[in-house]
Design a protein around this ligand. Sequence first.
Ligand code: PRX
Length: 583
Amino acid sequence: MTSQINSFEEYKTEYARSVADPEGFWAEQAATFQWKKPWKSVLKWNFKEPDIKWFLGGKLNITENVLDRHLAARSKQTAIIWEPNDPNTKPGKITYKQLYQQVCQFANALKAQGVKKGDRVCIYMPMTPELAVAVLACARIGAIHSVVFAGFSANSVADRIKDAGCTVGDYWWHEIIAGKRKSCKAQQMDSEDPLFILYTSGSTGKPKGVVHTHGGYMVYTEYTFRNVFQYQDKEIFWCTADIGWITGHSYIIYGPLLAGATSLIFEGVPTYPDPGRFWDVIKRHKVNIFYTAPTAIRALMAAGDEWVKNRRMPSLRVLGTVGEPINEEAWYWYHEKIGKKRCPIVDTWWQTETGGIMITPIAGITPTKPCFATLPLPGVQPVLVDANGTEIIGNDVEGMLCIKYPWPSIIRTTYGDHERCRQNYFATFKNMYFTGDGVRRDHDGYYRIIGRVDDVINVSGHRIGTAEVEDAINKHEDIVESAVVGFPHDIKGQGIYAYVIVTEQITDHAAFKKQVLDIVAKEIGPIAKPDKIQIVPGLPKTRSGKIMRRIFRKIAEGDTSNLGDISTLLNPEVVEEIKMGAV
Ligand code: PRX
């Protein structure tokens, strides 16, 4: 087990050590896992290409650390609790021994289908324990899993299957596992062999496949799980994310199971059968650590306090949030109504590309401030830069958030297109990983994430690229061009506002809007449906043909008093009309 920080003083010492001697620090953590062969060197890197390798020459299989090494002490301990959507259906429980057997059985089934080390397997399943089993089974045999969020459309799945060149899909579970053995030797993997691909949206083009590897990802997710939540042996951990997102990969499956915890998988939604569901589940399963998105907190807060009032949750010890900025009102509600002012809140900032939590309080140890992700974890070296790439030093400053040194689970490449990885993350600022987020560092050196500085929208904690939505909308036969921006939304954090130019005079607006929403749902998935659609006579463009999104953002926010300088526009006359027609 990796080391655990016990006090704020110790955090400061560990942090300083991790910066002074990153290799020594991470080697010590990595040494707590089972390796088939030890690594020869800890780290080799440059951010130029980029070429980043951790634990070089080390051989392992992450599932031996998730499963095999726990069997001696935890074979009867519950690894996974499954809470089905229907509260009247009996919850499921899988022990570490059973999980081991199920993973092995499915691994053998995959092998029987001809799946080999290095093959890509696309997994598109609802939130059931079988999803976790399928993920681990791939890792067991060295196949690269690519889980697609079950809320994405068939077209999105098809795009991801094609991009990753996946070969296997759609068999019936019970048929392929029938008669398969319940043990399966773990494939020996190199530290740097890919473990999975996970698609995420960027500012341009189609979603890109972020690649994480066996060695570094393992070390980092376990270390962060254990430290951020201050996990204590035998605790029940519940992360409400979908396994189709990075949060589910790292903190439903890998982090908790590597640490030997009991991880709860919930199939349903926070409001079914009523907005007290989360609190019922916490009570029923005596959840100790609860990790969710600000959107869920806002929605449940809006449903009223009566759903919380009569539900005592004495088991709760730590609360967490992830995926988007939390507003003060929601933070205080979470703190007072759910945590009864006794549970620390960890506001965890990280990304698909970072693999694990990066900037966060350590539960009960770092003094918190509402809405602040506070301080970097050991091994994480954040810097703020201005538009010229100059580092902004000191406190009480704002800038773009970059990281100047690798940590073990940093993105290695974007699948099949390394240049895209370089362009997106390592080319904007020299020798730095660029996060795409704006951040404020206050007088105490605490970090507050402001939000994306690029064309990525964060809807209910889900990353959506404006270009993707525009591409989908443009498939409507009457739409010539569109521009999509985010706007503040009470529950979802950000909503989607679409400006469209149409060929024909639209007479039936309701029908037109429905068609647009249907197309987006079909092309991407329901989460990307615009909240507002405005028909406009033209898009404000610069003389070089670039849409001036700043203007659209202001109008979508309802703030038209100061649109800034529009004199450089090719067509400044459209601005007034767009303002008048805002919805
Ligand atoms: O803008 C930041 C926001 O979510 C983005 C990453 O999205 P994704 O890769 O889907 O991963 C989400 C789950 C880790 C970031 O660039 N974000 C994430 N966590 C926070 C956040 N914004 C504010 N506060 C956070 N705690």
